[in-house]
Design a protein. Structure first.
Lengths: 261, 349
């Protein structure tokens, strides 16, 4: 009976998640009347606006990942090594983007960095892109920090640091050659999560008026019938691909293999 | 002048003084062990020499150079840790060559040195393996080779054998000592294991409560402990209470004995003496001038050695005898005699 209940719960759960996805995917294939076709996907993928916005968001995601790695890895490393008493406070700060809506953050940015402020970042496209990247980095902070911190937990940070120091290494070498390679799987996990967040983000890009993928999806959804469904399927596929890559990286990481022995 | 000098070293964590006025001079090529129980400050002294802790006061000089204010990576010190601390992402050869790469040594020179080090530790064939593919003993040998590869001025060993099983520990301590002798490198070894310290060291520093209680050769520390703590910590011993006779002799039961050390207590004053179990004999024997009637209270058969406890003159004596197939151990409660030489008594201060 218990076994039956467990299976029933699992099947209900799967139906709850899969049925809407199936409906959306099925609908995206019905652009041509009477037959299933990939016309909606073809229309989306050949749309120059899709290519431009997707390309923009990919580039923004890469910059956000690089900035996030440079910000989070040394911070998490230093907190773990020298200031463990600050860890709860740093964790609290990294969790703030989950409770402060993106719209609040972006209005704060606009107020602080508008054209009449002391640092008029919104005055140029490049400046606004930089602001958007900071915003994306803030949104992905909870995931990036947690991923890196979990990675650091799996290695003996203090002893490895001291071993490297005794061999003549300075801080840059320790971070670049000892710490980062050993938490690479965790950093990549954080990077893929960041990528998924940036690709789907709407609020910040729309309010800063940047040609990102999120606002494009919204625009398409408001004006077309089948293409938004195809676009949603593509967005899901990208997210799942990121999750799959996290699993792959974790599985093939030498360090993780070391942990398992 | 010693090669490594530690002068009036102090370390406090808040109000807790963990190292108090620690002084030590180590000659070039000497192997010195810091021995003591947990929390005695031995690892803190080692970490201050390495540069991982900043002394509250005092000075550390290596080869005449004051290194007290230098960062760890500027001291040219090799260190081996209890937890191996090999870099998991690097192969054995890359681990050994890490310090050489940091120092900017030419590739061919570094490769030759790595090969030499791997040969020295007997792992020439395992250069391409990763640390997780090695046993604990192999990992610690790689850690030793990695520490030695950049030719450090001083080698620091922080309980390097503690994480290994007993058999490997014994074989590795012989290997470490052989390598240290071959390279003639000045070494400080931290351990809480008296057997390791006694078997490996040129000199032992017995630490207690942040101070060096006694510094001496293993023979001196074991046979002539100068404090009650050292006597109790290094090896097993019997503590015997006697009464000073005022003329350098001590009354013990019905015996008047003359210990090897001078007795400074006044007539009638208490004298605490120590006696190693191997110095006590079951029954009478030639050269053992003190004989006490005794009752066997415990018998521990340990294979080649039998440890017996016997009550005599109000004291519980522990004594070791070799096992002999034709002589069974005494029964518990049996009345017997024990004897020892008065010159083996160590007077404790």
């Amino acid at each position: 009976m218990t076994r039956f209940a467990a299976w029933a719960a699992l099947i209900l759960g799967l139906i709850y998640f899969i049925l809407p996805l199936y409906g959306m995917a099925e609908f995206s294939l019905r652009m041509r009347r009477g037959v299933y076709s990939l016309d909606a996907y073809s229309a989306v993928l050949t749309d120059p606006a899709f290519q431009a916005t997707f390309g923009f968001s990919v580039i923004m995601a890469l910059f956000t990942i690089v900035f996030g790695v440079f910000l989070v890895v040394p911070t998490a490393y230093w907190v773990r090594l020298r200031m463990p008493e600050l860890r709860p406070y740093v964790e609290f700060i990294t969790l703030l983007p989950l409770v402060i809506p993106a719209i609040v953050i972006v209005f704060g940015y606009i107020r602080l960095y508008n054209t009449s402020s002391w640092l008029p970042l919104t005055g140029t496209a490049t400046g606004t892109n930089i602001l958007l990247m900071f915003g994306y980095a803030t949104l992905s902070l909870p995931y990036m920090y947690r991923a890196v911190d979990t990675g650091l937990r799996t290695i003996d940070v203090a002893t490895l640091t001291e071993a490297a120091q005794s061999l003549g290494a300075g801080w840059g070498t320790i971070l670049g050659r000892v710490i980062l390679p050993n938490v690479l799987a965790a950093v990549l996990s954080g990077a893929f999560l960041t990528f998924a967040i940036v690709i789907g983000e709407f609020t910040m890009a729309a309010l800063l008026d940047r040609p990102a993928f999120g606002p494009y999806m919204q625009l398409l959804g408001a004006n077309r019938a089948y293409e938004p469904a195809a676009l949603a399927v593509i967005a899901f596929a990208i997210t799942w691909a990121c999750m799959g890559l996290i699993q792959l990286v974790t599985r093939f990481s030498k360090h993780t293999r070391a942990q398992q022995t | 002048m010693p090669f490594l000098t530690i002068d009036h070293l102090e370390k406090s964590f808040g109000t807790n003084r963990v190292v108090k006025d620690f002084n030590l001079g180590i000659e070039k090529g000497e192997f010195v062990s810091l021995l003591g129980p947990s929390g005695c400050g031995k690892t803190t002294v080692l970490r201050m020499v390495a540069g991982f802790e900043t002394p509250t006061a005092g000075e550390i000089r290596i080869d005449g150079q004051n290194v007290t204010g230098l960062r760890p990576n500027q001291r040219q010190i090799g260190m081996v840790f209890q937890a191996y601390a090999l870099f998991p992402n690097l192969t054995v050869a890359q681990n050994v060559g890490f310090g050489l790469k940091i120092a900017g040594v030419a590739r061919d020179v570094a490769d030759a040195r790595v090969t030499e080090m791997l040969r020295l530790i007997g792992l020439s064939d395992l250069g391409a393996r990763y640390p997780f593919q090695l046993s604990g003993g192999q990992q610690q040998r790689v850690a030793l080779a990695r520490a030695l590869a950049p030719r450090p001025r001083v080698l620091l060993l922080d309980e390097p054998l503690s994480a290994l099983d007993a058999k490997i520990r014994v074989s590795l301590r012989t290997e470490i000592r052989e390598i240290q002798r071959e390279l003639g490198i000045t070494t400080i070894f931290v351990t809480h294991d008296q057997e390791e310290a006694l078997s490996m060291s040129d000199r032992i520093v017995v630490m207690n409560g942040g101070i060096a209680d006694q510094v001496g050769t293993p023979f001196e520390v074991y046979n002539r402990p100068t404090t009650r703590f050292v006597a109790g910590f290094v090896g097993t011993l019997n503590l015997i209470e006697g009464v000073a006779n005022g003329d350098g002799r001590v009354t013990l039961g019905d015996n008047l004995v003359t210990p090897f050390d001078p007795v400074t207590a006044q007539k009638g004053g208490p004298v605490t003496m120590a006696l190693r179990p191997e110095a006590v004999w079951l029954g009478r024997a030639d050269g053992r001038d003190v004989v006490l009637p005794a009752t066997v209270s415990e018998v521990h058969f340990m294979g080649s050695v039998i440890r017996i406890k016997a009550m005599a003159a109000g004291t519980s004596f522990s004594l070791d005898t070799f096992n002999r197939a034709d002589t069974p151990p005494p029964a518990i409660g049996a009345a017997t005699e024990i004897s020892f030489a008065a010159r083996d008594l160590i007077v404790l201060t």
